[in-house]
Design a protein around this ligand. Structure first.
Ligand code: R5P
Length: 286
């Protein structure tokens, strides 16, 4: 059985079809004071998959704790969390004294409630594997990079794939495969909304360039890259990310910065979704 919430019904349908699981919605009642009550379908099988993409994660994390504990009480022995977007992975060390290392804290919370976790392109930079961040019995990190790369490898004008920072090299390299050129920029983050980008030495004048990153949040990183690329004479600039977290204003800023086409995978529901990871996740579940 695939358990999901009403706001992810579309992806649940795609995943259920691809994985041949029965999709059932968890009913969520919100009390006037903000508390929630979940009602799970009964009877519940011994093994269940829970779908929850963790954009805007704070309330969802508590809902997952309620759901997992209720499922255990109903007899579930094997719970797999499918979190196409896994939040809190970027805070992977205390950058300043006193900071909570959210990656480890959230990872342990999820591992305490789920036997296995499957996610896509988690932001793992200073840790070697997903299991180091989420110590569940099985922790599977899939990558949408080859799916994204295939879209651009099919274009006649083979574009250059460009990552905004050293961390993005893992995804850009995998997306480029043997067919496309790739390079990465150097990024210095000033604050949540302000980044400085230095382009690589690669020739860019007259080239089609696709900016590629795991996540776009404020969109500031892509805007800054596009601004630098226009100044360097790039012929066309597009952008693709696995997880589109940005709002409509931020999308408008991408266009204003000269990004012609912005696409994303469906790990997070977004108007830019063009590439589905449902089949990729279904394979992993099998
Ligand atoms: C950070 O290292 C990530 O890979 C992204 O580059 C970053 O989160 C993008 O954030 P924003 O869209 O706010 O610039």
């Amino acid at each position: 059985m695939l358990l999901h919430f009403d706001d992810e019904a579309d992806f649940a349908t795609r995943l259920a079809r691809a994985s041949r699981l029965e999709a059932r919605c968890v009913d969520r009642h919100r009390f006037p004071d903000g508390e929630v009550k979940l009602t799970l379908p009964v009877p519940l099988p011994a093994s269940a998959v829970v779908l929850r993409s963790l954009h805007h994660p704070n309330e969802k994390l508590l809902e997952l704790v309620l759901l997992a504990d209720a499922a255990r009480a109903l007899g579930a022995r094997n719970l797999t969390l499918v979190a196409p977007y896994l939040a809190y992975m970027r805070q992977d060390k205390a950058f300043h004294p006193g900071e909570a290392v959210s990656q480890q804290i959230v990872g342990r919370l999820l591992a305490a409630h789920f036997d296995a976790i499957v996610t896509v392109d988690p932001h793992l930079h200073r840790v070697a594997s997903l299991a180091d961040a989420v110590p569940a019995r099985r922790a599977v990190a899939l990558s949408a990079a080859p799916l994204i790369g295939a879209v651009y490898a099919a274009r006649k004008e083979r574009p250059l794939l460009l990552g905004p920072d050293a961390e993005s090299e893992q995804w850009v390299k995998a997306a480029a495969g043997a067919l496309l050129d790739y390079a990465v920029c150097t990024k210095h983050r000033v604050n949540d909304h302000d980044v400085r980008i230095e382009l690589p030495d690669t020739p860019l004048a007259g080239r089609d360039v696709v900016l590629l990153d795991d996540v776009a949040s404020t969109g500031g990183t892509l805007v800054e890259c596009a601004t630098k690329l226009r100044a360097a004479g790039a012929a066309r600039i597009d952008a693709a990310v696995t997880h589109a977290l940005l709002d409509a204003d931020a999308v408008a800023q991408l266009a204003a910065a000269g990004i012609i086409e912005f696409v994303s995978t469906d790990t997070v529901p977004h108007a830019s979704n063009r590439i589905s990871v449902a089949g990729l996740i279904a394979e992993a579940l099998k």
